[in-house]
Design a protein around this ligand. Structure first.
Ligand code: NAD
Ligand code: ZN
Ligand code: ZN
Length: 391
């Protein structure tokens, strides 16, 4: 079958790879009908999230049709022919973390937990197409994918909603929503969102849906800011103005009540799992290139406010503004999205029209053209916000 493979730093290729097969009684095989490229894939391509190997299949946002199920899956749970969206975190459903609803912290889904232990000092859970650090699972930017714990993760779509309407339930819609939910938004709140990428846009819409008084989008890409403005959000271009000054102007000098970091590693200065050369190169590029989103969010947030971090980080970051955080009673919340929790409620929100995640789709490409898709998404060319790939 054809699949999008990581073939080295800043290099992806569509290759022939063996089709997946059932390896455990709780597996299913899904024939992928739609899959998307995520900002998290860019961290893998960049090499900022380490431990990819040549030929690894990328992709953790995918949906499709069940074509095979393992012997331990009851037919009323999942059967051949079911149409499903699949959450990006792989979760067993039975460990203490899963029982607490912390599905992206599952304790049983990463057979290679020792790799993360060694690099980060702690294990991380399994994620599709997300390096050997996260279990080494083949991803869903492919014709077929093996889904472990398929009796826990996949959500059946039984209505006639299009793939485009439900695909983002796999990741970026729950992620954006969780970013807003962690803010415990009140009706008077001004919510500032760093990053007007796909995750940021859906965090903005979620913040408004949860009752925010005003939502402010911060980015440097004019077309992404225009997309946020078209959805009714206020915008700040960080290339044109000082972000903190502008936020103070907009909030009578107090700062936003709630801040969401939907940028992540792109803005990190030196994650310590990188070697010295990469750290230096990254630090130089970023010190001269753009402000640091997370630092800026902590320093700009009003005293007593919340900074909610859904941008992905790994390893350690330097120059954490601990004084601003501590002295001003800022609450920091974060996590990989616990997607399973949000599947049903957010499906209802899509059905009712409260959320329309399709507004961010700018490109549909055949899987064969994935390399072009990665390029325009990474380089912000051709107005690219979100690419859907069709195997
Ligand atoms: P993206 O790369 O398309 O968007 C990031 C945006 O941030 C870009 O538009 C970029 O111009 C902007 N940006 C860069 N530096 C900035 C700064 N200093 N201030 C403001 N904006 C800045 O990616 P995406 O798909 O929207 O994903 C965003 C982040 O969310 C990534 O780190 C991704 O890994 C992460 N993510 C997390 C989860 C989770 O479960 N927590 C899930 C999906 C994605
Ligand atoms: Zn993703
Ligand atoms: Zn678990």
């Amino acid at each position: 079958m054809r699949a999008v493979c990581w073939t080295g730093r800043n290099s992806v290729e569509v290759r022939d790879v063996p089709e997946p097969s059932i390896l455990s009684g709780r597996d299913a095989i899904v024939r992928v009908t739609s899959t998307a490229i995520c900002g998290s894939d860019l961290h893998l391509v960049d090499g900022y999230v380490p431990s990819m190997e040549n030929g690894d299949v990328l992709g953790h946002e995918f949906m499709g049709e069940v074509v095979e199920v393992g012997p331990d899956i009851a037919p009323d749970t999942l059967k051949v022919g079911d149409r499903v969206v699949v959450p990006f975190p792989i979760a067993c459903g039975g460990c203490a973390s899963c029982a607490a609803g912390l599905f992206s912290c599952c304790e049983n889904s990463n057979p290679n937990a020792a790799i993360a232990e060694k690099l980060y000092g702690h294990p991380i859970a399994g994620i599709f197409g997300y390096s050997h650090l996260a279990g080494g699972y083949a991803g869903g930017q492919a014709e077929y994918v093996r889904v472990p714990f398929a009796d826990v993760g996949p959500l059946k779509i039984e209505s006639d909603l299009t793939d485009e309407q439900v695909l983002f339930l796999t990741d970026i819609l729950p992620t954006g929503y969780m970013g807003a939910e962690m803010c415990e938004i009140e009706s008077k709140d001004v919510v500032a969102v760093w990053g007007a990428g796909p995750v940021g846009q859906l965090a903005m819409d979620s913040a408004r849906m949860l009752g925010a008084h005003e939502v402010i989008a911060i980015d440097r890409e004019p077309y992404r800011l225009e997309m946020a403005a078209a959805a009714g959000h206020t915008t700040i271009n960080f290339d044109e103005v000082d972000v903190r000054d502008r936020l103070m102007d907009l909030t009578a000098g107090r700062g936003p009540d709630k801040c969401i970091d939907a940028v992540g590693l792109e803005a990190t200065h030196g994650a310590t799992h990188l070697n010295a050369y990469d750290r230096a190169k990254q630090a130089v590029r970023l010190e001269t290139d753009r402000p640091h989103a997370l630092r800026q969010a902590i320093v700009a947030c009003r005293s007593g406010g919340t900074v909610s971090v859904v941008g992905v980080y790994g390893g350690f970051i330097d120059k954490f503004p601990v004084g601003s955080w501590m002295n001003r009673s800022i609450t920091l919340r974060t996590g990989q999205a616990h997607v399973h929790r949000y599947l049903e409620p957010l499906l209802r929100r899509i059905e009712s029209g409260d959320l329309d995640p399709t507004r961010i789709i700018t490109h549909h490409l055949p899987l064969e053209e994935a390399v072009h898709g990665y390029e325009i998404f990474k380089e912000k060319q051709d107005g690219c916000e979100k690419v859907i790939l069709k195997p």
